[in-house]
Design a protein around this ligand. Structure first.
Ligand code: GDP
Length: 445
C-alpha cells in the first residue's frame, strides 16, 4: 500500500536525517522532492501547495534551524504536517446516542459499500461488542440485497430483509423499528449507488438522511481513483452532511493521493480504511500511523495491536498453563500457532506495517509462497488423527503416506513438518525447564 509515495518520501527522509546543516540549497532541494513526490501520488494541487508551504515555513523556523540535528528535526516537521493534513487525531465513530445508533452509508457503485457494511458489522461486533443490524435500501439491484445478506451472515450480525418493490425510506423505517424492538446497538444502512453522481440518487439519499437523522453518514470511496475519489466525495458533501469517509482498496493503492487529500478537500475525516477483500480487511484510520507508514517508519503500533487481537488470549493462557504443568507441546498446539499467524492478516499484511528497511530486506522473499507454505503445513496437521497430533512419535512410514495423501502433498513434506515440529518441541522443553533466560544462553552457546 502506498509503495510509490512511501519510497520517494522515505528517500527524502533518509537524506535529511544525515544533514548536519540546513542550507538554502539543500532545503530547496528537499522541498522540491517532497512536492514532486506528492504530485506523483496524485494529491490535489491546493493540498500540495499548502503542505509544502507549511513545511517550508517550519523548516526555516527556529524549531529546526536552532536544533542540534536540523535534519532530524525536519523529518519531525514533515511527519507532523502529513499527520495534520490527514486530520491529526484519529476520528472515531460516534455511537454515543441512545441506541440504536444509525450509520448511513453512501457512495458510488463498486466503491466497496456493501463489503464495507459487512466489515463494519464485524468490526463493531468484535471490537466494540455491539449488536448490529444491517439493511439494504438498494431496491434497484436485488443482487446487492443478497450480497448484503451474505456478508452480514459472515460477520455474525443480524440482517433485515428487504425487497425490490419497496420504497427505500419505508425499508429504512421498518428496519429502525425492528432494531428498536430487538435491542440492536447499531443499524447499518446500505444504500443504492450509481456509476456516476446523478440527481435522483442524491435526492434519494438526502431523503433517507432527513428521515433517519443518522449519527454517522459515511462516504465510501475507492482510494485507487485518486483525485476522482476526492472530487466525488466533495460532490456528496455538498448534498449530505458527511461525518466521515471510508477509504477502500487502500491495499491496492500505490500512490496515496486520496488518503492525503480527502480530509483537506472535503473537511470530512477518514474514519476507516479498507485493506483487503475479506471481512477482516478493515482498519480504523490513524493519521499519525499512516504518516509513519508513508515516511517508511513503519506502523509498529498497529502491528502490536493486531498481534494482540490475533492471539486468542484464552488459547494462549491454556497453552501456557499446559506447558507449566509439565505437559509437552504437541502438534495440536503447533496447529494453533500456525492459525494465529494466518489470522494476523497473512505475512504480506504484516510486512506492510514494518519500517522501510525491513521491507526492502524482505523484498526478494515471495510472501504469497510463504503463506501457501503455512496453509500446506496446516493441511498436513489436519490430515492427522487426534491421537497422532498428541503423540507424533506414532507417525511411522505407513501413517506418513496416509497423511501425505490426505493433505495432497509428497511424503517428504510430512517429514519436513515433523522435523520442524521436533525442533520447536525441544525449544519448548528448554523453555519449560529453565525459562527464557536459559534458552537464550543455550542459543548463544
Ligand atoms: P458496492 O457496489 O459499493 O456495494 O461495492 P462492493 O461492496 O460490491 O465491492 C466492489 C468490489 O470491491 C468487490 O469485488 C469487493 O471485493 C472489492 N473491495 C471492496 N473493498 C475492498 C478493499 O478494501 N480492498 C480490496 N482489494 N477490494 C475491495
Amino acid at each position: 500500500m502506498l509503495e510509490n509515495l512511501s519510497q520517494r518520501l522515505s528517500k527524502v527522509v533518509k537524506t535529511l536525517r544525515g544533514e548536519a546543516r540546513l542550507t538554502e540549497a539543500n532545503t530547496q532541494e528537499m522541498l522540491r522532492e517532497i512536492r514532486v513526490a506528492l504530485l506523483e501520488a496524485d494529491v490535489a494541487l491546493p493540498v500540495v501547495r499548502d503542505l509544502v508551504a507549511r513545511i517550508k515555513e517550519k523548516a526555516l523556523g527556529q524549531e529546526v534551524v536552532g536544533s542540534l540535528t536540523p535534519g532530524q528535526a525536519l523529518v519531525g516537521v514533515v511527519h507532523r504536517e502529513l499527520t495534520a493534513i490527514m486530520g491529526g487525531q484519529a476520528a472515531e465513530l460516534d455511537l454515543s446516542v441512545r441506541p440504536p445508533a444509525i450509520v448511513l452509508m453512501a457512495g458510488l457503485q463498486g466503491a466497496g459499500k456493501t463489503t464495507t457494511v459487512g466489515k463494519l458489522a464485524k468490526w463493531l461486533k468484535e471490537n466494540k461488542k455491539k449488536k448490529v443490524l444491517t439493511v439494504s435500501c438498494d431496491v434497484y439491484r436485488p443482487a446487492a440485497i443478497e450480497q448484503l445478506r451474505t456478508v452480514t451472515g459472515q460477520a455474525g450480525a443480524d440482517f433485515f430483509p428487504s425487497t425490490a418493490d419497496q420504497k427505500p425510506v419505508d425499508i429504512a423505517n421498518a428496519a429502525l423499528q425492528w432494531a428498536r424492538t430487538h435491542y440492536h446497538d447499531v443499524l447499518l444502512v446500505d444504500t443504492a449507488g450509481r456509476l456516476a453522481i446523478d440527481e435522483q440518487m442524491m435526492r434519494e439519499i438526502a431523503e433517507l438522511h432527513r428521515q433517519l437523522q443518522p449519527s454517522e453518514t459515511l462516504f465510501v470511496v475507492d482510494a485507487m481513483q485518486g483525485q476522482d475519489a476526492v472530487n466525488t466525495a466533495k460532490a456528496f458533501r455538498e448534498v449530505l452532511p458527511l461525518t466521515g469517509v471510508v477509504l477502500t482498496k487502500l491495499d491496492g493503492d500505490s500512490r496515496g493521493g486520496a488518503a492525503l487529500s480527502v480530509k483537506a478537500v472535503t473537511g470530512a475525516p477518514i474514519k476507516f480504511a479498507g485493506v483487503g477483500e475479506k471481512l477482516t480487511g478493515l482498519e480504523a484510520f490513524h493519521p499519525e500511523r499512516m504518516a509513519n507508514r508513508i515516511l517508511g517508519m513503519g506502523d509498529i503500533v498497529s502491528l502490536v495491536e493486531e498481534a494482540h487481537k490475533a492471539v486468542d488470549q484464552e488459547e494462549a493462557q491454556k497453552l501456557a498453563a499446559k506447558l507449566k504443568a509439565g505437559n509437552r507441546f504437541d502438534l495440536n498446539d503447533f496447529a494453533g500457532q500456525l492459525g494465529q499467524m494466518s489470522r494476523m492478516g497473512g505475512l504480506s499484511g504484516l510486512l506492510d506495517k514494518l519500517p522501510a528497511q525491513f521491507q526492502q530486506a524482505a523484498a526478494g522473499a515471495d510472501m504469497s509462497k510463504a503463506e501457501k507454505q503455512v496453509k500446506r503445513m496446516q493441511a498436513i496437521i489436519y490430515s492427522m488423527t487426534p491421537g497422532e497430533r498428541a503423540r507424533p512419535e506414532l507417525i511411522k512410514a505407513s501413517r506418513k503416506r496416509r497423511i501425505a495423501t490426505g493433505a495432497g502433498v509428497p511424503v517428504q513434506e510430512v517429514n519436513r513438518l515433523l522435523s520442524q515440529f521436533d525442533q520447536m518441541q525441544s525449544m519448548m522443553k528448554k523453555m519449560q525447564k529453565g525459562g527464557l533466560a536459559k534458552m537464550m544462553r543455550g542459543m548463544k552457546g
